[in-house]
Design a binder for this molecule. Structure first.
Ligand code: GDP
Ligand code: IMO
Ligand code: MG
Length: 429
């Protein structure tokens, strides 16, 4: 029995989807615990690419239970589209997918408010995915959110919608100078979603705890990454949810004593999409090379990802706040052919050395990385499945990461495809 949290150890897009899909073969349940369709998790099987935004990345395997937990914010139109697109590809969804009654709904006004309010932020833009994630979580915390369960009670839904629209339309008209939203239109749109989604809506907290009591294998699929966590990330350049391991417990209703492993996912370099500090960002042709070779374009928005060297300050922070029991390194193949590879060991700011990342965001923005350099390798690592078959310098690079971090490297990914993995440890033991 293993209850494993899969958590992004950087700024998202670490390859969580690929690792979750790989580990799902031996799992019984795969559950998303936070975020929404700001996530884009890629799985590649036989040259076929699947990108999951809300549905857990384990759905491609037969006979799994896939849960969208209470901590997730759900845009019903996106979920319905994702379900339909899987069904078209003959992937079974019904009987496998369960949606929490307590998850909050993303409403059309959340997207409008997000767009309008970003305009006021001037040059300090967060660069969100524009999916209404932040405003939906604002409503949740303000206790004005509309939940999935409300779709099942039209009168309750209508009352809440009416109350919210009174305030929102006032804001749209008077602050943002934007068109108002019509209650009737939204109501009928969401009642249509209710019809399509009602069969998936259940008490997921009960299901997952029953599965835990039966000693089943559970994968908790994190979205985004540690440095995008609302508490532990580079605030305010973060997302609005708890993307760290702690979010798995609250986002699904599972006690911390039931978690057996926390596997951090990290690229062997670093990427970030959107605004915010990124000390190891490479702005020259090497950064460009990583972007092109690593296909570093957002799986959700298509935006080019900012690319940089591996940052140990970031990874040490991740290991600490998530309690990592192991790490999976992805995209080793992208570094093939580089003459020199760098790892940032600490930062420097106005003569002061920072071994841990400064919480003052203005200092973090100005930090300069201190690097250790390594010789690269010039043979291909694509698709290698055994550690001993890797070029010696690649092995040295990985061992260095492990030693610097003090966390065991348990998996290495050497390509986009499902089986392009070196498994160093049975994660389920
Ligand atoms: P996620 O959000 O953490 O699931 O990651 P994304 O799917 O947004 O981005 C990761 C990208 O890297 C996807 O295009 C994956 O197919 C790809 N990928 C994952 N692992 C590897 C790997 O080892 N090598 C290469 N070349 N690509 C990989
Ligand atoms: P996955 O799960 C990378 C980033 C956005 C922006 C910030 C806030 O695929 O790793 P939001 O729309 O969440 O309010 O945007 O967070 N962001 C991600 N970056 N991967 C993601 O998800 C992300 N989800 C949000 O680019 O900087
Ligand atoms: Mg992604």
């Amino acid at each position: 029995m293993a209850n494993i949290i899969i958590v992004g150890a950087q700024w998202g897009d670490e390859g969580k989807g690929k690792i979750v899909d790989y580990l799902s073969e031996k799992a019984d349940v795969i559950a998303r615990y936070q975020g929404g369709n700001n996530a884009g998790h890629t799985v590649v099987i036989n040259n076929k690419k699947f990108i999951f935004h809300l549905i857990p990345s384990g759905i491609l395997h037969k006979g799994k239970i896939c849960i969208i937990g209470n901590g997730v914010v759900v845009d019903p139109s996106v979920l319905i589209e994702e379900i339909n697109s899987l069904k078209k590809k003959k992937i079974k969804v019904d009987g496998k997918l369960y949606l929490s009654k307590n998850a909050h709904l993303i409403m059309p006004y959340h997207k409008v408010i997000e767009k309008e309010s970003e305009k006021f932020k001037g040059f300090k833009k967060i660069g969100t995915t524009g999916r209404g994630i932040g405003p939906a979580y604002v409503d949740k915390i303000a206790r004005t959110g509309i939940r999935v369960v409300d779709l099942l009670q039209p009168t309750v839904f209508k009352e809440k919608l009416k109350a919210n629209l009174t305030i929102i339309n006032f804001l749209l008209k008077n602050l943002y100078n934007a068109p108002c939203l019509k209650e009737k239109v939204l109501y009928s749109e969401y009642m249509d979603y209710a019809k399509k989604l009602s069969k998936y809506i259940v008490d997921t907290d009960i299901i997952i705890n029953v599965m835990i009591s039966k000693n089943k294998n559970i994968i908790f699929e994190g979205a985004q990454g540690t440095l995008l966590d609302v508490d532990h990330g580079t605030y305010p350049y973060v997302t609005s949810s708890s993307a760290t391991a702690g979010g798995a417990c609250t986002g699904l209703g599972v006690g911390p004593t039931n978690i057996t492993k926390v596997l951090g996912i990290s690229k062997v370099y670093t990427t970030r999409v959107g605004g915010g500090p990124f000390p190891t960002e490479i702005k020259d042709s090497v950064g460009e090379m990583l972007r092109e070779k690593g296909l570093e374009y957002g799986a959700t928005t298509g935006r080019p990802r900012r690319c940089g060297w591996l940052d140990m300050v970031v990874l040490r922070h991740s290991a600490r706040v998530n309690g990592l029991t192991g790490i999976a390194l992805t995209k080793l193949d992208v570094l093939d052919g580089l003459k020199t590879i760098k790892i940032c060991t600490s930062y420097k700011h106005k003569g002061k050395i920072y071994k841990e990342f400064p919480k003052e965001i203005n200092i973090m923005e100005e930090c300069k990385p201190i690097y250790k350099e390594y010789k690269g390798w010039n043979t291909s690592t694509v698709g290698i499945k055994e550690f001993t078959k890797l070029p010696e310098r690649a092995r040295i690079y990985i061992k260095e990461i492990e030693n610097m971090l003090g966390v065991e490297v348990q998996m290495i990914s050497t390509g986009q495809k499902r089986d392009e993995v070196i498994l160093l440890k049975n994660i389920y033991l």
